[in-house]
Design a binder for this molecule. Structure first.
Ligand SMILES: Cc1cc2nc3c(=O)[nH]c(=O)nc-3n(C[C@H](O)[C@H](O)[C@H](O)COP(=O)(O)OP(=O)(O)OC[C@H]3O[C@@H](n4cnc5c(N)ncnc54)[C@H](O)[C@@H]3O)c2cc1C
Length: 300
């Protein structure tokens, strides 16, 4: 297995990973970003509607040291934001390795170094990265969450999370112009009783029968779970408890959430959107620089 040594490994090439790499590059601290997808900002590229606009003014959405240009409107479109991300990556010369799904990360107490194993999904081979610092930037919303429901494994219909609209019969519904997700017309349809609202699901009975907590039963061909998202930190970061709790969120609360012991940091876990990401990225880069300087002064 190939072993690559680098001072800082950043996992995830969304806005948080890219912003952290940009801040580190500004300080001349070598780093590498590992991204499981084949592109950067994959959330905005692949999982959002084409007509999405950022819902906050651009002054709250710029990444550090490189504002969204004045020529753009205050509320930038998805495409404008993606172009901005591209120019940020080029401006700061951010090094991203695509198709690298990180499968494990452990810290070796004796050397205090991180060992990060990534699968190159294009070749099926594995690489090991050895680093002094690890930045977790895999997102607050990296995995669709489907709750445990009794009988779901025996359900005869199709079920999926709402984050997967390109799969299965939901795609056909999208082509025909009707989507069962909450949009601007949904509340009206609920009021007109065109869309029925049921209470929580209690269990799935035989075939396609769903039982609700009020005792009602009904049959459905498709169940789409719009039940939120979770972080995926616990699935790959073995030594997560240095910084994260059992829900995959940082243990320290804001504004101290971004750093733990043993060279681990997280960017993009403040629940404060892109403004929070900028705050994290700047703090992480400055703290890494401070730690490197401190170590060097001890060694002299
Ligand atoms: C619909 C929507 C609109 C939003 N609009 C705004 C807005 O207007 N303003 C604002 O401030 N915020 C907004 N946000 C919030 C926030 O800015 C975004 O969620 C943003 O994408 C978060 O960036 P991130 O880098 O933390 O995470 P992500 O964009 O999710 O990036 C994480 C990256 O990590 C990669 N990854 C995950 N696991 C692994 C692994 N094991 N190995 C390698 N790579 C991995 C993923 O592929 C992904 O590329 C919005 C959020 C949503 C859901």
């Amino acid at each position: 297995m190939e072993i690559i040594e680098v001072p800082v490994v950043i996992v995830g090439a969304g806005p948080a990973g890219i912003a952290t790499a940009g801040c580190l590059n500004k300080l001349n601290i070598p780093n590498i970003v590992l991204e499981r997808d084949d592109c950067n900002a994959s959330f905005y590229r692949k999982r959002t509607h084409d007509n999405l606009k950022l819902h906050l003014d651009k002054k709250f959405c710029s990444l550090p040291h490189y504002p969204i240009p004045p020529s753009l409107p205050n509320f930038v479109t998805r495409v404008q934001f993606l172009r901005y991300i591209e120019s940020y990556v080029a401006h700061f010369n951010v090094a991203i390795k695509y198709n690298r799904a990180v499968e494990s990360a452990v810290v070796y107490e004796r050397s205090n170094k991180w060992r990060v194993v990534a699968k190159d999904t294009s070749s099926g081979t594995y690489e090991t990265y050895v680093s002094d610092f690890l930045v977790v930037a895999t997102g607050e919303n990296s995995e669709g969450y489907i709750p445990e429901i009794e009988g779901l494994d025996k359900y005869d219909g199709v079920y999926m999370h709402s984050s997967k609209p390109k799969e299965g019969p939901f795609a056909m519904k999208m082509k025909n112009g009707t989507t069962p997700i909450i949009d601007m017309g949904c509340v009206k349809k609920i009021k007109n009783r065109q869309v029925k609202v049921f209470p929580a699901i209690l269990s799935i009975e035989e075939a396609k029968t769903v039982q609700f907590t009020n005792g009602q039963r009904a049959q459905f061909d498709i169940i789409i779970f719009a039940t939120g998202y979770r972080t995926n930190v616990l699935s790959w970061l073995q030594d997560y408890e240095i910084l994260f709790n059992e829900d995959g969120m940082p243990i320290p609360s804001y504004p101290n959430h971004w750093g733990g012991e043993q060279g681990i940091y997280c960017a993009g876990f403040s629940r404060l959107g892109l403004e929070g990401i900028s705050y994290d990225a700047k703090n992480i880069a400055n703290h890494i620089q401070y730690t490197i300087n401190l170590r060097e002064s001890f060694n002299h």
